[in-house]
Design a protein around this ligand. Structure first.
Ligand SMILES: [Zn+2]
Ligand SMILES: [Zn+2]
Ligand SMILES: [Zn+2]
Ligand SMILES: [Zn+2]
Length: 491
């Protein structure tokens, strides 16, 4: 049993340690440490994460608009109940009563400590020297280094690859290594696994199947072999529905939602729109507000997680979250932007054989259009921010707020990283605000990219929680003063 304290790095912690709401589900958040895989065993809840009415409203409304059509994800938040609560709050004046009601109905805690243990439901240990497979109780752990040693030869052990589901069969998305051995009886393999013993050899009936090697790790699947301890017969590993892969913590992906305090954006902010007045690369007439907010308050909550690789299961999690004060960019569009975009898209694609049809029925009130614009705008910021700030892409996150037609891009580290502030600064050499160059470059990128309307090359980013769906650089055309005939759809 291993303990990890998580309070030093709350950002990592809430993205790694996850427990299912349903106690019977064994698939929990995975955590990789020194090449071994651990599963979350327990999480200690710290203080309550408090939400005010506006924060809760932004959270619920956006969740519903973004994930409401996806039954798997929609089940992660009790939208109906929370709407009722919000309705109730409308009629209450006392802020303390409001706060209590929210805390009762939407209880979410910070994490203080997580307890993990070896993921023995998924992996075994394996020795690259003697090729033996071991269960956790058969090996020694060097406590000071947290490594596991082979009892035969002292070599540091590795963990076995695992099987991941590759076609939907409604079975478990992962299985351990020794349950798909050709020529052996499937149910006896499972029985052996559950008892933490090696299965008997179907050839000689004297030995056990307890050694493993892969003749060619680059072709893990085809060259994996299990060997009998007695007759040394070799058995292939095979499954029609599963493929063999290295186990990693990425098998559990947190599903995170965030909200923000609109009041916090007012603190010491700087007005970025005023730096862009009459810029040839940015049309401020579409913008209600565009700020750098150094003290933005963001709340992130893990509602669930996706478990698996090619085929995933959505698991509702015990809610844990964190709140941070950090640097952020906030851009709120005027509602007439969406009218402009809906006609712009028709204009851009008027000679395209199929997209013209696709955008023909789009109107300014279409919630999908709002989502497309805001999601694309958030991604557009992300693609350029690393270049101006020197801070890597995965240090940023975003919220797109469909209620306020706004996008908030923020630095994930508590206290911020001093990245977003760059856009409020002046470039002494060029004698112009840095933000001008930022949008000049962005405009060039978007105007000249030739990917199709899913924008896989220009504004797609790694780690998008919506798998880079609903992105279109074309929706940013009017904002960046790109004429419909100047934005290429070279596909
Ligand atoms: Zn060994
Ligand atoms: Zn044998
Ligand atoms: Zn593109
Ligand atoms: Zn995204």
């Amino acid at each position: 049993m291993v303990y990890f304290r998580t309070d030093e790095d709350s950002n990592d912690a809430i993205r790694k340690f996850m427990l299912p709401m349903d106690e019977k589900t064994f698939q929990t958040g995975l955590y990789q440490y020194k090449s071994a895989i651990y599963k979350t065993k327990a999480i200690d809840a710290g203080s309550t994460l408090m939400f005010n009415e506006d924060e809760l409203r932004i959270l619920v409304d956006n969740f519903d608009r973004i994930y409401g059509d996806n039954p798997e994800l929609a089940k992660l938040l009790e939208v109906e109940e929370l709407r009722e609560l919000l309705g109730l709050l409308n009629n209450i004046d006392d802020p303390e009563v409001k706060r209590d009601l929210i805390a009762n109905q939407f209880a979410c805690h910070k994490m203080t400590r997580a307890e993990v243990r070896f993921a023995d439901d998924l992996c075994q240990f394996w020795c690259s020297k003697c090729k033996r497979l071991f269960f956790e109780e058969e090996v020694q752990r060097k406590r000071e280094y947290n490594v596991f040693k082979c009892p035969n030869d002292g070599r540091t052990l590795q963990i076995t690859p695992i099987w991941v589901l590759k076609v939907e069969t409604e079975k478990s998305p992962t299985t351990p290594l020794p349950v798909w051995i050709s020529g052996a009886n499937l149910s006896s393999l499972w029985d052996a696994w559950k008892n933490h013993t090696s299965a008997a050899c179907p050839k000689c009936n004297k030995g056990v199947l307890n050694s493993y090697y892969s003749k060619n790790p680059a072709r893990l699947m085809e060259s994996s072999t299990i060997v009998c301890s007695n007759c040394k017969n070799e058995f292939r590993l095979y499954s029609a529905n599963y493929s063999l892969t290295n186990a990693s913590e990425n098998l559990s992906q947190p599903f995170l939602v965030s909200t923000y305090s609109r009041n916090s954006l007012k603190l010491n902010n700087s007005n970025l729109a005023s730096l862009l007045e009459s810029s040839p690369c940015f049309d401020t007439s579409f913008v209600e507000e565009f700020l750098f907010a150094p003290e933005a308050r963001i709340k992130e909550i893990v509602l669930g997680y996706l478990y698996g690789a090619n085929i995933t299961r959505t698991i509702k999690a015990k809610k844990f979250g964190r709140d941070i004060k950090t640097g952020a960019l906030y851009l709120r569009l005027k509602s007439h932007y969406f009218e402009t975009v809906s006609s712009y898209l028709k204009e851009v694609f008027k000679e395209h054989p199929s997209y013209y049809q696709k955008y023909q029925g789009v109107t300014a009130t279409d919630k999908d259009l709002h989502k497309l614009v805001l999601h694309s705008l958030a991604h557009a910021f992300l693609t350029r921010l690393p270049a101006v700030s020197g801070v890597s892409l995965d240090s940023f996150s975003y919220i797109y707020d469909m209620i306020n037609d706004a996008v908030l891009v923020y630095e994930e580290a508590p206290g911020g990283l001093g990245a977003c502030i760059e856009l409020s600064r002046f470039d002494e050499q060029k004698k112009e605000p840095i933000i001008l160059e930022f949008f000049t470059k962005l405009r060039e990128n978007i105007g000249s990219c030739t990917c199709d309307d899913r924008c896989k090359y220009c504004i797609a980013t790694r780690g998008c929680q919506e798998w880079n769906e609903a992105l279109s650089r074309f929706t940013l055309g009017p904002l960046l003063r790109l004429d419909a005939q100047d934005i290429s759809w070279g596909f």
